[in-house]
Design a protein around this ligand. Structure first.
Ligand SMILES: [Zn+2]
Length: 146
């Protein structure tokens, strides 16, 4: 089915973009908006943390924490130049370098993990904003400031 694209000046009048990812998401599949990056989770997180550190506050992310081997990340890169990009947050003492990853197509921030040897390389944070709101309903929320 062809979609007519209307050019408007108001975001409220922009045409609806089909969101296949949200329509097909299982409660344990986190997906970026365009659906090119998905993370299959072993379970819902015990707790969701809205971190207010200098970077997470800017991202507006809400993290669920997992062991890296337990999360299956799939990147659909049928299009050249589409995949994951990262920003590395380096701490001043060189300890705790963290890579934050996002979909290069839609820009959604999907996860982070430690990159340096001293960090817990098995730990990762998954942005639970990539799960549907219904999926995470009832999961305990907290806010941390460090
Ligand atoms: Zn995407």
């Amino acid at each position: 089915m062809a979609h007519e694209i209307k050019h408007t000046t108001s975001a409220h009048q922009l045409p609806e973009i089909p969101n296949a990812a949200r329509e097909t998401a299982s409660p344990l599949t986190a997906s970026c908006h365009c659906g090119r990056v998905t993370l299959n989770l072993p379970s819902l997180p015990r707790i969701i943390n809205e971190c207010h550190c200098t970077i997470c506050y800017r991202y507006g992310a809400r993290w669920g924490y997992y062991r890296r081997p337990d999360v299956e990340i799939t990147v659909s890169n049928t299009d050249k130049n589409i995949g994951l990009m990262s920003y590395v947050r380096g701490d001043p003492d060189g300890v705790g370098d963290t890579g934050f990853y996002w979909c290069t197509h839609c820009g959604c921030l999907t996860h982070w993990w430690y990159l340096d040897e001293d960090g817990d390389r098995d730990k990762m944070g998954v942005n639970t904003r990539m799960l549907t709101e219904t999926s995470v309903k009832g999961v305990e929320m907290k806010i941390s400031y460090d």
